[in-house]
Design a protein around this ligand. Structure first.
Ligand code: ZN
Length: 276
């Protein structure tokens, strides 16, 4: 049996976490570090042959866990809503070419309409692209975002709301990505994680930490153990709910991006093994 204190086979790192590295270097360094998986952000694929990039990643011994990200469905402008659906189909094409089984959806919100209307448009958007995703064999993971992003980034802010949308579709191709950064504060989190598992909708698990005080609403996420989230507890709930996939480290941090990324990756490994 693998030693849990050294086993990195279920560790996945998002390319955004080591943003200064190009995707070749991320794949090479993650592979050399013994990390099992990678989640690829779409910006890293710009100008590249996507299928070949997928082969390059796998040649480094990594499993591609997800493509990040699609979504951003709501708008007061019907043309923009159509454009968003087209972009989501493109994301599905990219995932298929890359060999990624899943696209993560940051669902979006439109500050000029109510959150209820934004959620209606999110549901309509997913409904429109779902047949395309099913046909490509690419799953869609709805990621609820912290309510501080409810104005523009997501009208889906709790596990309960994400579960409601996922259960509306009753499709093997629509589920939920649980990110501790967005959800740790929710008193209903444990119950809603179990509900998600019971409905086979628990698709992904993202980890990092909430730094206190947070100095930047977007780019001040912390390494596991540096903040106030009880990551082990939430991971315990997710595993109790039946999840046995990757633990995906997704850190946006001006502070860590300014460091030597090799040293940062060592810190990620240590934090993963000791604080998650
Ligand atoms: Zn996330």
């Amino acid at each position: 049996m693998a030693n849990p204190l050294t086993d990195l086979s279920k560790l996945c790192v998002h390319t955004i976490t080591t943003k200064p590295w190009k995707i070749d270097q991320s794949a090479e360094e993650f592979g050399k570090a013994g990390i099992g998986g990678i989640s690829v952000w779409r910006d890293t694929l710009e100008g590249r042959d996507i299928a070949k990039t997928g082969d390059m990643i796998r040649a480094n011994g990594l499993e591609i866990v997800s493509l990040v990200r699609g979504g951003f469905f709501p708008s007061i402008d019907a043309v923009k809503r159509k454009e968003s659906m087209a972009d989501n189909m493109l994301a599905i094409d990219e995932a298929e070419a890359l060999g990624s089984p899943m696209v993560v959806l940051v669902c979006g919100a439109e500050p000029r309409i109510s959150l209820e209307k934004s959620r209606d448009q999110i549901r309509d958007g997913i409904e429109a692209i779902l047949p395309y995703a099913e046909n490509a064999g690419v799953k869609l993971a709805i990621e609820p975002l912290h309510p501080m992003y409810a104005d523009t980034r997501s009208g889906i802010n709790t596990m309960e709301q994400a579960n409601d949308v996922a259960e509306f579709f009753r499709s093997d191709y629509v589920g939920v990505a649980v990110d501790v950064y967005h959800l740790w504060w929710d008193p209903r989190l444990e119950k809603e994680i179990y509900r998600c598992g019971e409905n086979d909708n628990l698709f992904a698990f993202h980890i990092c930490d909430w730094i206190s005080p947070t100095v930047d609403m977007l780019n001040d996420r912390g390494l596991m153990g540096d903040g106030c989230i009880d990551i082990k507890q939430i991971r315990g709930w997710v595993e109790k709910a039946g999840f046995d996939g990757f633990n995906e480290v997704e850190i946006f941090s001006n502070k860590h991006w300014a460091e030597d990324q090799g040293e940062f990756l060592d810190k990620i490994k240590y934090a993963y093994l000791n604080h998650s």
